[in-house]
Design a protein around this ligand. Structure first.
Ligand code: B16
Ligand code: MG
Length: 214
C-alpha cells in the first residue's frame, strides 16, 4: 500500500529543467559546442559536476578540476539568475490539487531532488510547507541513478521503501526509484521513461485512482 509519495523537483513540479538546459547551452557555446535537447536528457536528474562532465565529453573537451569548478559555478550563476525570476505560477498545473488529495488521504509527501538549489526553488514557489521531508543534492554522496536519495527520503519519512511511490521525469531518476525498491510514475516522454510502472505526460494527467494499483 502506498503510504508516501516522493517527488522529484526539476521537470516534475516545475519546469526548472528548461532553465538548466538554457544555462548548460550557454556554457557549451563558450567552447563552440551546440547542446541539443536530446543530449540534455542525459543531464536530467544527475549532479551538477556529473552534468558538466557529460557535456565536456560530448564536446570532446578535457579540462583540469579547477577549471571544471569554475565552469560549474558559472553555469549555476546563470541558472540561479533564471530561477530568481520565476514566480509561483510556474508550478505545474495539478500539483497543488495532488498534494491536497494526498494530505486528505494521510499519504506523506517528500521531496527528493538532486539539485543543491532545491530549497531555494521551493521557497520561490511557496511550496516549502507541503513536504514532510526535503532531501536535496547537498545531503547525498551518490546522485541518481543511485537509489541513495530516495532511500534517505523514505527513512526520514519513516516509511518502508516498498510503500513509497516516486514521481520522476529523468531516466536516471526512474532507475534510482526502482533500485530503491519503490514504485515509480514517469512524468514525460514514454519512450525514455518506459521502465516506470506508469508514464504520464504531466502530473495533471495522473489518475489519482491508480495510486494504489501500480
Ligand atoms: P543543481 P532533480 C536535478 O534536479 C536536475 O534534474 C539536474 O539537471 C541537475 O543537474 C541537478 O538537479 C543538480 O542541480 O546544479 O541545481 O545542484 O531533477 O533531481 O530535481
Ligand atoms: Mg527531474
Amino acid at each position: 500500500m502506498i503510504k508516501a509519495c516522493i517527488f522529484d523537483l526539476d521537470g516534475v513540479l516545475v519546469d526548472t529543467a528548461h532553465y538548466h538546459f538554457l544555462a548548460w547551452k550557454r556554457l557549451a557555446k563558450e567552447f563552440d559546442y551546440e547542446l541539443t535537447e536530446e543530449i540534455n536528457e542525459e543531464l536530467k536528474g544527475v549532479s551538477r559536476m556529473k552534468s558538466l562532465e557529460i557535456v565536456l565529453q560530448h564536446a570532446n573537451v578535457s579540462l583540469e578540476n579547477q577549471k571544471k569548478e569554475l565552469l560549474a559555478d558559472r553555469k549555476n550563476g546563470w541558472f540561479t539568475e533564471y530561477v530568481h525570476n520565476m514566480n509561483p505560477d510556474e508550478l505545474f498545473p495539478g500539483v497543488r490539487e495532488l498534494f491536497s488529495r494526498l494530505r486528505k488521504d494521510n499519504i506523506k509527501i517528500g521531496l527528493a531532488s538532486s539539485s543543491k538549489n532545491a530549497k531555494t526553488i521551493i521557497e520561490i514557489l511557496g511550496i516549502q510547507h507541503e513536504f514532510e521531508t526535503v532531501v536535496d543534492g547537498t545531503m547525498i554522496v551518490h546522485s541518481k541513478p543511485d537509489p541513495e536519495i530516495f532511500l534517505l527520503a523514505a527513512k526520514r519519512l519513516g516509511i518502508d521503501p516498498a510503500d513509497c511511490l516516486v514521481f520522476e521525469d529523468a531516466e536516471a531518476g526512474v532507475e534510482a526509484a526502482l533500485a530503491a525498491g519503490m514504485k515509480c510514475v514517469g512524468v514525460g516522454n514514454f519512450t525514455k521513461l518506459k521502465r516506470a510502472n506508469r508514464v504520464v505526460d504531466s502530473i495533471q494527467n495522473f489518475n489519482y485512482h491508480d495510486l494504489q494499483k501500480l
